[in-house]
Design a protein around this ligand. Structure first.
Ligand SMILES: Cc1cc2nc3c(=O)[nH]c(=O)nc-3n(C[C@H](O)[C@H](O)[C@H](O)COP(=O)(O)O)c2cc1C
Length: 241
């Protein structure tokens, strides 16, 4: 059954439930023919990647998220796959990300949180998005409408990244680093690689997280390109990535 499950798990090409069921049926028929002995097929793919390529080649229909809204219909490819969270984590260890610190001010209180789930959205309108765990202290002010700043960290900002990811709490996160504030009292890191000052322009909840969309009202950059990168559980300068 492993081959069948692997094939189903990697069924990224099936864009509808019907296509999914068709692939499942074909796989099950194939499995039935090979019961009772070790599966040795000349054309059996050797890895998940090969399986995925195999399926993509045979059915190049892209998946659209509207087919499987995570809110109510379980994605067929994740059905019964208990190893999936582990494999996702392993996959994401290979996803090198620039580290940012999201900052905001709400009712006189400053907030800062290290994050990697920050992403460009569009230039028209100029926008970015960030994904914030609902358990993080910055989540509450953002849900109450606080504007925010995305500070792209420099390779020398490891200590700030650590402080803003739980090592210290609240205002103490601003004790290290060249923190400044703009005319609207928005805290920002003045020697960050870049600062994007955003007006909160939308949000939606997705499971444990909230996605916040920021309309960029101004941006500044600082020095040559040399960001702090997080990959495989470690901070590294881009030059070593
Ligand atoms: C490298 C790194 C990246 C992180 N990325 C995110 C992220 O994108 N979103 C998020 O909600 N938390 C992220 N976190 C975790 C938060 O930084 C951490 O939970 C938060 O600072 C806790 O804040 P609190 O003590 O104020 O609640 C990340 C942590 C690290 C070390």
């Amino acid at each position: 059954m492993d081959y069948v499950h692997a094939k189903l798990r990697t069924n990224m090409a099936a864009s509808t439930i019907e296509e999914y069921n068709a692939v499942k049926k074909t796989s099950e028929e194939s499995e039935t023919q090979h019961q009772g002995g070790p599966r040795v097929l000349a054309d059996q793919p050797q890895s998940i990647l090969e399986l995925q390529r195999d399926l993509e080649d045979s059915n190049p229909v892209p998946v659209h998220s509207s087919h499987c809204p995570a809110s109510n219909i379980p994605h067929p490819a994740t059905n019964g796959d208990h190893d999936l969270p582990l494999r996702i984590k392993e996959g994401l260890r290979r996803h090198a990300k620039a580290v940012v610190v999201i900052t905001c001010r709400h009712e006189g209180q400053r907030y800062a949180m290290a994050a990697t789930a920050a992403c460009e959205l569009s230039l028209e309108p100029p926008s970015l998005l960030v994904c914030v765990n609902k358990s993080a202290s910055i989540h509450s002010p953002l849900t109450k409408g606080a504007d925010f700043c995305i500070n792209i960290l420099h390779s020398s900002h490891q200590t700030i990244a650590r402080m803003c990811s739980g090592k210290v709490k609240g205002e103490a996160r601003f004790e290290e680093g060249s923190w400044a504030e703009d005319e609207q009292y928005m805290p920002y890191l003045s020697d960050a690689q870049a600062n994007f000052f955003c007006k909160l322009d939308g949000s939606f909840s997705y499971g444990t997280h909230e996605v916040f969309i920021g309309h960029i009202r101004s941006a500044r950059t600082n020095g040559p390109v040399d960001p702090l990168v997080y990959v495989d559980g470690s901070y590294i300068p881009l030059g070593q990535a």
